[in-house]
Design a protein around this ligand. Structure first.
Ligand code: AMP
Ligand code: TRP
Length: 333
C-alpha cells in the first residue's frame, strides 16, 4: 500500500529540538521510504491564529522550508508548500466547521492552554484551528500523519470529522480516516529548564530549548545550564521515570544517537551529570550544527526556497482543488 503522508509545521520562528525529534526527523525517514507520497506543509494560516509581524512571517515561512531541506527532506521526492497559497484549505475548513460539533472543540486542551485565562480575547481562529488542521489532512486523502504527542487530540478530532461527514452524506470512505504516527519515546521533548513542561517556541527563556539555528557555543552553554537533580544517573528505566529532567536528557541522547533508552542509560548509569552533559553536548553539536549551518546557507538563497514553494503549490493545488470539487457535488452546491 502507498502511504500518503501529510504533516504541517507552523512558521512561527524558533524551530527547536522538540520539533526536530518529535516531527521533522520522522518526516525525513518517511520521505526516504521509496513508496510513500509525502506532503509537508508550512501552515501559515495556522500561524496567524495569534498575532504575527508580516515581515517576520515571510522570513519564518522561508526558514521553515530551509529547515525541512537542511534536515534532509528531498524536495524532489516530496511536496513542500505553504498552506495559504492553496485556497482549498480555507474553503474546506469552513465546510468542515459545519460538520464539527461545538462540544468536540470545547474539549481541545491546546486551545485552553494557548488561550490562557482570558478566553474571551482569543481569536476565533485559535478556537477553530483543529478544523483547519482536519481540512489540511483530509484534502489529500492522507493515510498517515507524523506529529508530536501534543497533536494527538487534534488528530482524533480529524478522524471524528471525517467519519461524521462520510456518515451524514452517506459517502462511505470519501474522506480517508488517517492514522497518527507518533513515536512513543521521543514525541514529547521537554524544556531544559523544567522537565515537566514541553519544549516550546513560545517559552520566554531561550535557555529552555535548543533552536535548530543555535551555534556550537550556545548549544554547549544551554546543556551546561540545563536543569538536573542532585543524584547520579540511575541504572533502571523505572528509576529514570521518576526523574523528569534526567529522563528528558537521556531521551534526547537516545533519540539522536539511535541507541535504545536502555542502552543509553547503561552508558551513563552511576555517573554524574557533568560527564553525561559533556557527551550530550558533543552529540548535539555533531547532529545539529550541520543542520544549523545549512539553514543559514539556504536562507541566503530566496529564489531557491521560493521555487520549492511554487513547485509544491502547483502539485498540492491540483490534488486539493479536485477534492473540493467532489465535496461541492456531495453537498449539493
Ligand atoms: P508546531 O511548531 O507547533 O507547528 O509543531 C510542529 C511539530 O513539532 C508538531 O508535529 C508537534 O507535535 C511537534 N512538536 C512541537 N513541540 C514538540 C516537543 N516539545 N516535543 C516533541 N514534538 C514537538
Ligand atoms: N497543528 C499542528 C501544530 O501546531 C500543525 C499542523 C497544521 C499539522 N496542520 C497539520 C500537523 C496537519 C499535521 C497535519 O503542530
Amino acid at each position: 500500500m502507498v502511504k500518503k503522508i501529510f504533516s504541517g509545521v507552523q512558521p512561527s520562528g524558533n524551530l527547536h529540538l522538540g520539533n526536530y525529534l518529535g516531527a521533522i526527523k520522522n518526516f525525513v525517514e518517511l520521505n526516504n521510504e521509496e513508496k510513500n507520497r509525502c506532503i509537508f506543509c508550512v501552515v501559515d494560516l495556522h500561524a496567524i491564529t495569534v498575532s504575527q509581524d508580516p515581515k517576520q512571517l515571510k522570513n519564518n515561512i522561508r526558514e521553515t522550508v530551509a529547515t525541512f531541506i537542511a534536515s534532509g527532506i528531498d524536495p524532489k521526492k516530496s511536496i513542500i508548500f505553504n498552506q495559504s497559497k492553496v485556497s482549498a484549505h480555507s474553503e474546506a475548513a469552513w465546510i468542515l466547521s459545519c460538520t464539527a460539533r461545538l462540544g468536540w472543540l470545547n474539549r481541545m486542551t491546546q486551545f485552553k492552554e494557548k488561550a490562557g485565562k482570558d478566553k474571551e480575547k482569543a481569536s476565533i481562529g485559535l478556537y477553530s484551528y483543529p478544523v483547519l488542521m482536519a481540512a489540511d489532512i483530509l484534502l489529500y486523502d492522507s493515510t498517515h500523519v507524523p506529529v508530536g504527542n501534543d497533536q494527538k487530540q487534534h488528530l482524533e478530532l480529524c478522524r471524528d470529522i471525517a467519519q461524521k461527514f462520510n456518515n451524514d452524506f452517506k459517502v462511505d470512505d470519501f474522506f480517508k480516516i488517517p492514522e497518527p504516527l507518533i513515536k512513543k519515546e521521543f514525541s514529547r521533548i521537554m524544556s531544559l529548564k523544567d522537565g515537566l513542561k514541553k519544549m516550546s517556541k513560545s517559552e520566554i527563556s531561550d535557555l529552555s530549548r535548543i533552536n535548530l539555528t543555535d551555534d556550537k557555543d550556545t548549544i554547549a552553554n544551554k546543556i551546561k545550564k540545563a536543569k538536573t537533580d542532585a543524584l547520579p544517573l540511575p541504572s533502571t528505566i523505572e528509576e529514570l521515570e521518576k526523574r523528569p529532567e534526567a529522563k528528558n536528557l537521556i531521551g534526547i541522547y537516545s533519540s539522536l544517537s539511535g541507541l535504545t533508552l536502555e542502552n543509553s542509560l547503561n552508558e551513563f548509569s552511576g555517573k554524574n551529570f557533568s560527564n553525561f552533559k559533556e557527551n550530550l553536548s558533543q552529540l548535539l553539536i555533531e547532529k545539529i550544527i550541520p543542520i544549523s549551518l545549512r539553514i543559514k546557507e539556504l536562507l541566503n538563497d530566496h529564489n531557491y526556497l521560493d521555487s520549492i514553494l511554487t513547485d509544491g503549490y502547483k502539485k498540492a493545488d491540483k490534488i486539493a482543488s479536485e477534492k473540493v470539487k467532489k465535496i461541492h457535488e456531495i453537498i449539493g452546491f
